[in-house]
Design a protein around this ligand. Sequence first.
Ligand SMILES: *Cc1c(COP(=O)(O)O)cnc(C)c1O
Length: 343
Amino acid sequence: MNGIIENYKEFIDIGDAEPISMGEGGTPLLRSEYLSRKINADIFIKVEGCNPSGSFKDRGMVVAVCMALHNKKKVLVCASTGNTSASASAYAAKFGLVSAIIVPNGNIAKGKLSQAMAFGAKIIAIDGSFDNALDIVRKLEDYDEIEIVNSINPYRIEGQKSAAFEILDEIGEIDSLCIPVGNAGNITAYWKGFNEYSKKFNYKLPKMYGFQAEGASPIVKGEVVENPETIATAIRIGNPASWGKAKEAVTNSNGGIHSVSDEEIIDSYKNLARKDGIFCEPASAAGIVGLIKNTRKYNFSGQKIVCVVTGNGLKDPETSEKHANTKIFEVNSNIDDILKVIR
Ligand SMILES: *Cc1c(COP(=O)(O)O)cnc(C)c1O
């Protein structure tokens, strides 16, 4: 298993550090028959929940950890809505580092916390939001043994751009990319990746469309959101670290950034499972909502489009339990009763 550092070493500069991998990247790019029919276009889904810790965060983490090891760091620290901590603590476990994660108390999906626990992270729950947690983490930057692995770490972006390379390698140039936006590192990374690859291989650049949750849409509103609220916990962020870079990606690509409601997110989240067989976490469905909602506005019909589905549904079992509306039939264990249900 090569991983993204080896696969794209020409584009990911790690100097003379030793490449590492947990098999991140190389995720499925599936054509959605349902969405392609619905909006009369060629729609592909990049299934990032298939990364080692279940989200795209692993692409950036592997590079950040590679450099942390090279620079003799001992502790990985991050603020996290969940997936960054799951990823950091997995790589820390594998490569012999300590991970310390700072999370907003009570606001992190169960599956993600279970991962950090299983990997043996030091879990610090603060009385505050993700944005408060990130403020604290920034103050730890000056301690020699500590590596901050939030997306303010430039190596995170360097790794995450590999997803753009994979798309171009697999299906060639595309017209548009639809992606959820939280801290805005990922949209920044895709745009960087598309630009670097396009320069080298002469691909046309796609338009970048980012989508925030209504209750956590600072970039759309143009102002910091003090108490961000959304069911999509991975994008519950009021003051994105890569705000400016995200705006640049959207403006320079001639794309757009909009908000989508929790209700719409849940609707697409359910459809993605029922019609495409992809179980994602709620935040991951934001790009698809945006695609559907803005089809007319942006003339998506007839285009070749990739929607990034960022994380695995198993991370947030409570949401699926609550919203799947699937009844469990309780019957006696005899064939007749069971057949009655099946038929
Ligand atoms: C981190 C994350 C996001 C948001 O990505 P940003 O780079 O913060 O914009 C979206 N979905 C999932 C599942 C995530 O883990």
